[in-house]
Design a protein around this ligand. Structure first.
Ligand SMILES: *Cc1c(COP(=O)(O)O)cnc(C)c1O
Length: 351
């Protein structure tokens, strides 16, 4: 079986973890600080705040800009659950926007229709590793005085207009979950150029503690461990190389597959967290993959507005169709030449 994702852990990660274990300083400390500094430098922002998951990073980001009961936050109808559940964590309301059928990202031209007096922020998601139309989104945000939190959980190293995603909005949020482009097992990070937001986020991450045992606001234990950070530092060094391999696998597929292939917006750097194709009769197609040992994933089978929890009403035609047709095939960096060749043969054998 060729798996849809596979972790790559080398000697560097093992050595780094061993050093932390031997140091005895397991919880948040110097190693976390070093990961924050290096990640901020990589993305091209002033500040990074590490957390123990991407979901914690999203929640912290919303709390840091003061999203609260009665506020509305605009986001895409097609993403992982956490993109929208974090809005509920602040007792605010997610307001969904349909997607662009070619990129699967939020359709920026439909955002303004959803803005009300209660709207405070937009969360665009760089789905599958492809940047959203950030210029248009930032223009709308500026005109309506909204914060932008980029959900870059699938897009470490992706670029828009020569800038890394996570450096364009007021904040960026990344995940280091075990299947993402770089990983710490569980982990996440917030990026920002805003000193005040960074300070708020650091406090919220640590029980709302301003100084020792003085708690002024509601916070959480969202701290990352030094153990996770040690893995993250070793992974960060490899990120560009790992992304290049994803991109080269994607190019190989682009040239050879007969399927409905991913569209890449001219001028962006897509880092192919997923390589997602469409199949009209998806069950039949995925059965063929399964039978021939090609792992696949459905990201995502249910659009966010149709999740029982949100059940938000409205009709999101493009997201509905996408949720029934998308299939992601293996594009991860540890695929061998034989494996990508085999994937092409199996996919192209579909009638
Ligand atoms: C993975 C992911 C998250 C959540 O990150 P976790 O680290 O799993 O909590 C949020 N948004 C998107 C788009 C993701 O892919």
């Amino acid at each position: 079986m060729i798996p849809i994702s596979k972790t790559i852990m080398g000697k560097e990660e093992l050595k780094a973890v061993k050093e932390v274990l031997e140091s005895g300083m397991l919880a948040q400390g110097d190693v976390v600080k070093e990961l924050e500094d290096k990640f901020a430098a990589y993305i091209g922002v002033e500040y990074a705040i590490a957390t123990n998951s991407g979901t914690a990073a999203l929640h912290t980001a919303l709390a840091a800009i003061g999203i609260k009961n009665g506020d509305e936050v605009i986001t895409t109808s097609f993403s992982f659950f956490a993109t929208a559940s974090c809005v509920l964590m602040q007792n605010a309301k997610p307001v969904f926007v349909d997607i662009d059928p070619r990129t699967y990202n939020i359709n920026q031209s439909e955002i303004e229709d959803k803005i009300s007096e209660r709207t405070k922020a937009i969360i665009p998601v760089h789905l599958y590793g492809q940047p959203c139309k950030m210029k248009e989104i930032m223009d709308i945000a500026e005109e309506h005085n909204l914060n932008v939190i980029e959900d870059a959980a699938q897009a470490h190293g992706a670029e828009y207009d020569g800038k890394k995603v996570g450096s364009i909005g007021d904040m960026g949020v990344f995940s280091f979950y075990a299947t993402k482009n770089i990983i710490t097992g569980e982990g996440g990070v917030i990026t920002t150029n805003d000193e005040k937001i960074a300070e708020r986020a650091r406090i919220i991450r640590n029980h709302g503690q301003m100084e020792r045992y003085i708690h002024e606001c509601l916070g959480y234990n969202y701290r990352m461990t030094n153990i996770a950070a040690a893995i993250g530092l070793a992974q960060l060094k490899k990120l560009d190389k790992l992304n290049e391999r994803r991109i080269s696998n994607a190019r190989y597929y682009d040239k050879r597959l007969n399927a409905d292939k991913p569209y890449v917006v001219p001028g962006v750097k897509h880092v192919f967290h997923q390589y997602t194709i469409r199949a009209k009769e998806r069950d039949k197609f995925s059965e063929l993959l399964e039978k021939n040992g090609v792992g696949y994933g459905i990201y995502y089978p249910v659009p966010l507005p149709s999740q029982p929890l949100f059940n938000s009403g409205g009709f999101f035609r493009v997201a509905e169709v996408a949720s029934k047709e998308v299939v992601s095939i293996p594009v991860h960096p540890s695929l061998s030449k034989e494996e990508v060749k085999e994937v092409v043969e199996v996919v192209n054998s579909y009638e």
